[in-house]
Design a binder for this molecule. Structure first.
Ligand code: ZN
Ligand code: MN
Length: 251
């Protein structure tokens, strides 16, 4: 299932028939309570769960992403947040698609965990499709697969702030409590919010649109139980998408 653990012979025999899943993340601050690679751990965890159910193959993840923005990730000024230029990210993804295609891959799922990546993944796929024949590609972000009916339950008492603002907040913290509890500093979980959240971008960013903690929403409303519910429901949704779009069989 994990391409990185396969021999070349195992890879050769599997890549042609499998849905090839590429998790895409970032190296970005996630407050005082979560590690810098949250946006890698979450989509990689979903990729592994989905691959097990549809006989998929998971490629090593893209571990850096497009530039963190103040109102969706805190922006570039936090120590550690390390981002790629759009052109670098586009060509990084494009190179992976090209070589995997050369080896026989035809069905690709780009499974995104970092808000700012989407346009550059789309650009990579668009450039790839100019040369690749008989391929099908799906790009999705995990939070867009959270069922609408689940949102009131997850955000009860806190209110839903919009997915861009849900950074190091309720859903990411809950999923990390479920996927990698040993990496969550539970005594450092806090609620925070920017003094204002403009619906436009400001360059250079003014300080009052970035919470000093790096937490963009109310992380204390996170729980292991919420993480488990999100994990199960989002995995089911992605499996359904894969079956529908790639005619993949269940295991
Ligand atoms: Zn994140
Ligand atoms: Mn992010």
């Amino acid at each position: 299932m994990l391409a990185e653990h396969m021999t070349w012979i195992e890879y050769r025999d599997k890549v042609k028939h499998s849905v090839v899943i590429l998790p895409m993340g970032a190296f970005e601050q996630h407050g005082p309570h979560l590690p810098l690679n949250v946006d890698v751990i979450i989509p990689t965890s979903f990729a592994n769960l989905v691959a097990a159910k549809v006989d998929g193959m998971v490629l090593p993840p893209v571990t850096y992403g497009y530039k963190s923005q103040p109102t969706s990730g805190g922006g570039p000024l936090f120590p550690g947040t390390t981002s790629l230029d759009g052109d670098t990210l586009t060509h990084f993804i494009l190179d992976i698609l090209r070589d995997t295609y050369r080896h026989g891959g035809r069905k690709f799922l780009l499974l995104n965990g970092h808000y700012e990546n989407v346009a550059f993944a789309t650009e990579a796929v668009d450039l790839f499709l100019r040369e690749a024949k008989d391929v099908k590609i799906v790009i999705l972000s995990w939070w867009e697969q959270v069922p609408d009916e689940l949102v009131p339950e997850l955000f009860e008492g806190a209110g839903f702030p919009g997915w861009d603002t849900e950074h190091a907040g309720i859903t990411e913290t809950s999923l990390m409590l479920f996927f990698a509890p040993e990496l969550v500093r539970k005594d450092k979980i806090i609620d925070d919010q920017a003094a204002r959240i403009p619906k436009y971008a400001i360059f250079p960013p003014s300080k009052d649109i970035i919470p000093a903690s790096g937490v963009l929403y109310k992380a204390t409303y996170a729980s292991l139980e919420k993480g488990e519910i999100i994990c199960k429901q989002v995995t089911d949704v992605i499996v359904t998408i894969v079956k529908q779009e790639f005619n993949a069989r269940s295991q």
